[in-house]
Design a protein around this ligand. Structure first.
Ligand code: 13P
Ligand code: SF4
Length: 350
């Protein structure tokens, strides 16, 4: 496990990381992408880390793939590629650098490793897990297959490599409905997110969708009453949810989509007021690009995504830790399920 005290003293011995208003002023172009949410004096604390991370990336031939839930100083300061799970998986197939630093959760780093077995994939904190990925094992997949013989297993990418290896195809929140609709069988097993599966079942009524009972600890917390009460207080607000929310929450909202689908919707519709029913960094990351939109309402923090910080990214690049290793035989099988998803998504024009 990462020893924060050791990490901090090692970083302090190696780098000059003192907050610096002078450096922050020099990096105004980077700060301009987040100045609506991070005041300059706060940015002065991040600036030395951003400078060192960007320098080490070049020195070590590394690329940073960052999920849309990363905090603004990561998203705008050091990421080379940002996106939702599908975009990050597709981008991972195009990486030329020797090292990938995955700023997101462990299953995302594993997906990058599965798609790039010869590259070094680092995650700044191994403890960045996911409640969905933890909810099912390969035995769970076998249980579902025994219960619904012959039905294909569509597993959300929020799963371990072993679960992917035991599945027929993967999906993400941006292609789940289309992937399920494209399966030949009338019955389709979806794992491990019960709510994503129920949202897909509503949108793909021609299939009998059966599911595993996992859920996301961030999105399961919302209720239809939260949405309706907020709308009553702010008539005219557009409310946009991630499909990991329960179906009755999604139905109370104006739109539902993957994290990138949400960003695209808000950028295109530019509502006067928007509430994003998802992780808190989403609104912060797009606030500067959309000054005409007032982001309001509650959001929930993903404790796993928030384990990734600038200091841990710097530590990771500096020490080459923590390296993500996937058993070769498991990775080979898991790659089939991930590549099937990528190929089918491209064929469907997604
Ligand atoms: P997206 O694929 O929509 O980015 O979702 C990933 C995730 O973990 C959301 O909770
Ligand atoms: Fe997993 Fe939910 Fe966090 Fe996404 S937000 S990584 S699904 S726990």
């Amino acid at each position: 496990m990462l020893d924060l005290t050791e990490m901090r003293s090692n970083l302090a011995e190696t780098f000059d990381l003192a907050p610096s208003m002078t450096l922050a002023e020099e990096m105004r172009d980077i700060h301009a992408r987040m100045d609506r949410v991070i005041p300059l004096p706060d940015f002065a604390r991040y600036a030395p880390y951003i400078r060192e991370i960007n320098r080490l990336k070049r020195e070590k031939n590394a690329v940073i793939l960052a999920h849309n839930y990363m905090t603004p100083e990561i998203y705008h300061g050091v990421a080379d590629v940002v996106g939702d799970s599908l975009q990050l998986a597709i981008e991972a197939t195009k990486v030329e650098a020797e090292t990938i630093v995955q700023c997101g959760v462990h299953f995302m780093a594993e997906t990058s490793k599965i798609l790039n077995p010869s590259k070094r994939v680092l995650i700044p904190d191994m403890a960045a897990g996911c409640s969905l990925a933890e909810s099912i094992t390969a035995e769970g997949i076998a249980e579902m297959r025994a219960k619904y013989p012959g039905a294909p297993v569509v597993s959300y990418v929020n799963t371990t490599a072993e679960v992917k290896a035991a599945s027929d195809i993967c999906c993400t929140s941006s292609n789940a409905a289309q992937i399920v609709a494209a399966m030949e069988s009338d019955t389709v097993i979806m794992t491990p997110d019960q709510y994503l599966a129920q949202n897909v079942a509503r949108d793909v009524p021609q299939k009998k969708v059966v599911w595993w009972a996992g859920s996301c600890i961030v999105h399961e917390q919302y209720t239809p009453a939260d949405i309706n009460d907020f709308r009553a207080l702010h008539p005219g607000v557009e409310i946009i949810a991630h499909p990991e929310c329960p179906p009755n929450v999604v139905e109370a909202c104006d739109f539902s989509g993957s994290t990138s689908g949400i960003i695209k919707y808000v950028a295109e519709h530019k509502p006067k007021q928007a509430m994003l029913v998802t992780e808190c960094s989403m609104a912060s990351n797009i606030a500067d690009a959309l000054p005409e939109v007032e982001f309001m309402g509650p959001c929930n923090m993903c404790p796993y995504m928030k384990k990734i910080t600038l200091e841990k990214i710097l530590w990771s690049l500096h020490t080459g830790r923590e390296e993500v290793i996937v058993d070769l035989a498991v990775a080979e099988k898991a790659r089939v399920a991930v590549e099937r998803m990528i190929d089918l998504s491209k064929k469907l024009g997604l």
